[in-house]
Design a protein around this ligand. Structure first.
Ligand code: S3P
Length: 167
């Protein structure tokens, strides 16, 4: 198994992985990559369309392949989709890598993302869905993380600085 050299950002939807990821890459003089963007480019359709057309299990298989490809290829900053860590092989691949978990509390998540039809996992009852998502995933994010950075009440620039200090 090839070692991962990227700095990997994990955490829930809307926590600011792309914004912070870009800032972090800029500060490090490194490239930025996002697995959601890779999937959209490769598939020629949006994430929401993939969910509607094929369902979540099919999306997860597409996502797993995209994540493993990016982890093998990229040595800059890499943001993973919020559910990528659900896959045990992906979590195993991240062992030993530098992984920053950007966290936020549920109320902050509801406030930031609202009722979001572009995010299929939040399209019905965001507060309840957020609680369930975070209850299911919090320990998985913590399992892969080498640094945890709370984003509540912090600007993206502040989050980036805390992440840099923690790396
Ligand atoms: C998902 C997060 C999304 C996207 C998809 C599913 C999730 O990515 O991959 O909607 O399961 O949390 P972002 O975290 O980049 O929004």
């Amino acid at each position: 198994m090839t070692a991962v050299s990227a700095i990997v950002l994990v955490g829930p939807m809307g926590v600011g992985k792309s914004t912070v990821g870009r800032l972090l890459a800029e500060r490090l003089g490194a490239g930025y990559r996002d697995t959601d963007d890779d999937i959209v480019a490769e598939q020629g359709r949006t994430i929401a369309e993939i969910f509607v057309d094929e369902g979540e299990p099919a999306f997860r298989a597409i996502e797993k392949a995209a994540v493993h490809k990016a982890l093998a290829e990229h040595d800059g900053v890499l943001a993973l989709g919020g559910g990528a860590i659900l896959d045990p092989d992906t979590r195993a691949l991240l062992a030993g890598a530098r992984v920053v978990y950007l966290s936020m509390d549920v109320e902050e998540a509801v406030k930031r993302t609202g009722l979001n039809t572009a995010r299929p996992l939040l399209a019905v009852n965001p507060r309840k869905q957020w609680r369930e998502l975070m209850d299911a995933r919090r320990s998985l994010y913590e399992e892969v993380a080498t640094a945890v950075v709370a984003t509540d009440g912090r600007t993206p620039e502040e989050v980036t600085q805390v992440a840099l200090d923690a790396l």
